[in-house]
Ligand binder design. Structure first.
Ligand SMILES: *[C@@H]1O[C@H](CO)[C@@H](O)[C@H](O)[C@H]1NC(C)=O
Ligand SMILES: *[C@@H]1O[C@H](CO)[C@@H](O)[C@H](O)[C@H]1NC(C)=O
Ligand SMILES: *[C@@H]1O[C@H](CO)[C@@H](O)[C@H](O)[C@H]1NC(C)=O
Ligand SMILES: *[C@@H]1O[C@H](CO)[C@@H](O)[C@H](O)[C@H]1NC(C)=O
Ligand SMILES: *[C@@H]1O[C@H](CO)[C@@H](O)[C@H](O)[C@H]1NC(C)=O
Length: 580
């Protein structure tokens, strides 16, 4: 984002000892999201670790390459790129790197490379210096809901000659409002009771692993391919999240038999909850194994649990570092990544949204299917809040990932909390043009002006996300949320979760990981970025046509509550096996 107004910084800061001042212009500015308030100036001597996102050599080339390997109609379908091939697109030009480094050195700052392609660099400087360098006003802002504080600025400037080389300062003007835990019993009492014949009758009131298998026709056959791997990211955002986990009287049911079999590994990003602690929880405690564990072991898919720490309390660093860490891994990388947390698009600068989306494109080009829960706030963002226009979630707008909404009940109807809508940052990608235009035409002028008709529409697909049964505090409880749905769609490793916040650990009855397993067994590549394939095969989904979120109704065909619908395993498998 380049704004026209020039800050006459050089005239204000003349000092014989100071480094040469370059003419600067405002690079990004943002109005404070309503959920935050300014507390006061940041402590001038406090250190800030910041990053600069540098302009990559060829992002257009990267996206072309991604679409070539992901579009079933392309002759290069499935021929995913290597790390070196992806980095060749992401790397900044030598001129860019040299120019930016020269400016930093001129100001006495030494920086480190912060991504394998070198498109991110990092340095730590005191607030005072940051205010001078970026003509910024770094301040403490407080989040109304949870009282957490972040240091941000509402605008910053860059030297005029570096405006094109530097895409953004991170975290700069972006405000995260990350949310992820599914809500306990959010929609109890609203479950339709009609039953599908093949689905156990108890599924009408509570969803168990057997229900998910029956609903989507997922076979019990275990996966067999050792190279088939999936990654689940979780964040230790709030102390509550981890405290609940670690202090739960429920540790006995958190025991994971497959951890011992080398099927379960842990990676930590940004000092996320440490590996020993997790293995302590999982491996150290003998358990009263219930029948579901058997299913868990049988699924036999190697799972990488990525715990993401929380550098600056609003979770944005975690978003960035998760994808940077995965891109740093040499091949092969996990074929599926599922994440059950998100933020509000409005709090994040469009430069950051674009830069993160490019990183997801890079991961997709290397062959990873990226799935995110769409959020639990309907049309008011990642969680319920008051708003005058519909709030899309982040990273839902990024067209290179697969967003998963939620359904409720058997037969399934749209869950009223399922986030969906239209991005204000990313335009509608061509793969969903027909599906979304059809929906908008039928919607007519309903809620006109409250959402952006030209934006990337989400979610793409859905899975059951309400009344999902988990065990917590030795009690069986029901939870609801799209956090339950994304793992169902993405993966299949069933065990009990450590706590209510982690329904993902039991309901991973999925679909994409199992299908990858079959493709790999047949000598084919994993599915990678899914959307071009999914949108050309709407018949592999059960279309959800009833229910609504507060802004949009579900309808025949794609809709912004349940996307294309919920998976029919057999049909999805057949379509996937027919691909090159
Ligand atoms: C400001 O930060 C410095 C360095 O971290 C610290 O020593 C000092 O106590 C802080 N001042 C206040 C008022 O918090
Ligand atoms: C589980 O997967 C491994 C490869 O990771 C395979 O060797 C083994 O046969 C599988 N187990 C079953 C029961 O299919
Ligand atoms: C994440 O949680 C672990 C365990 O409570 C803690 O040691 C670590 O400091 C946390 N990381 C961050 C960055 O908050
Ligand atoms: C977050 O903190 C870790 C160290 O705990 C650091 O390596 C990483 O660069 C930080 N990330 C960001 C985006 O500041
Ligand atoms: C609507 O979305 C487009 C992207 O499709 C974006 O360029 C435009 O700024 C958005 N409009 C508003 C009012 O946010």
């Amino acid at each position: 984002m380049v704004f026209p107004s020039i800050v006459l910084f050089a005239l204000l800061a003349v000092s014989s000892a100071a480094p040469p001042q370059r003419q600067k212009a405002v690079h990004e500015r943002k109005t404070l999201p309503p959920s935050f308030s300014r507390v006061g100036a940041a402590n001038a001597s406090q250190s800030l670790t910041m990053r600069l996102g540098l302009k990559s050599k060829d992002t257009t080339g990267l996206i072309d390459a991604l679409m070539r390997v992901s579009d079933p109609a392309s002759p290069s379908y499935g021929q995913h790129l290597s790390q070196a091939e992806v980095n060749a697109f992401l790397v900044p030009s030598a001129e860019t790197t040299t120019a930016v480094n020269a400016w930093l050195v001129e100001n006495g700052i030494s920086s480190n490379k912060a991504s394998s392609a070198g498109d991110w660099i990092e340095f730590t400087i005191p607030v005072k210096q940051a205010n001078d360098l970026f003509a910024a006003d770094f301040s403490v802002f407080k989040h109304a809901a949870d009282g957490s504080e972040v240091v941000r600025t509402l605008q910053y400037s860059l030297p005029v000659d570096l405006q094109d080389s530097i895409i953004l300062l991170f975290p700069g003007v972006s405000f995260g409002s990350i949310s992820m835990p599914p809500k306990v019993e959010q929609e109890l009492g609203k479950v339709p009771v009609a039953k599908r014949q093949s689905v156990p009758s108890a599924c009408a009131t509570s969803i168990t692993p057997a229900c998910v298998q029956a609903l989507y026709g997922i076979p019990a056959t275990p996966a067999t391919q050792s190279t088939n791997r999936l990654a689940v990211s979780a964040c230790n955002l709030t102390s509550g999240f981890i405290n609940q986990w670690a202090s739960s009287s429920d540790l006995s049911v958190a025991y994971r038999p497959d951890a011992k079999k080398g099927k379960f590994t842990v990676q930590s990003v940004d000092d996320g909850i440490n590996v020993d602690l997790i293995f302590g929880l999982f491996a150290g405690i003998e358990a009263d194994l219930d029948i579901e564990y058997t299913v868990g072991v049988a699924t036999n898919v190697s799972t990488i649990f990525i715990t993401v720490g929380n550098n600056n309390t609003d979770g944005l660093a975690g978003f960035l570092d998760l994808v940077i860490d995965l891109l740093e891994q040499t091949d092969p990388i996990p074929q599926v990544l599922t994440t059950s947390y998100g933020s509000n698009e409005a709090g994040i600068s469009s430069a950051l949204a674009n830069q993160l989306c490019m990183a997801y494109a890079a991961l997709g080009a290397r062959g990873t299917s990226i799935l995110f829960a769409s959020g639990d706030g309907g049309v008011s963002g990642s969680q319920s809040q008051s708003c005058t226009t519909f709030q899309p979630t982040f990273p839902a707008g990024c067209p290179f990932i697969t967003m998963v909404g939620a359904t409720s009940g058997v037969p399934e109807t749209a869950a009223s909390f399922s986030s969906g809508g239209f991005s204000n940052v990313f335009a509608r990608p061509s793969y969903q043009n027909a599906a979304v235009s059809t929906y908008l035409a039928a919607l007519g002028s309903t809620n006109a002006g409250l959402f952006n008709r030209t934006g990337r529409a989400f979610p793409d697909v859905a899975a059951i996300g309400n009344n999902v049964q988990i065990i917590s505090s030795s009690l069986t409880q029901s939870v609801a949320g799209t956090s339950c749905s994304s793992p169902i769609f993405a993966r299949r490793v069933s065990t009990s979760p450590p706590s209510t916040t982690l329904c993902s650990y039991r309901y991973e009855y999925s679909v994409i990981s199992l299908i990858n397993d079959r493709r790999i067994a047949a000598g084919k590549k994993s599915l990678g970025f899914l959307n071009p394939f999914l949108y050309t095969n709407p018949g592999v989904f059960t279309d959800i046509t009833t229910g609504s979120n507060p802004g949009f109704p579900a309808s025949a065909g794609w809709d912004p509550v349940t996307g294309l619908g919920t998976p029919k395993f057999g049909a999805l498998l057949a379509a996937a096996m027919a691909l090159p």
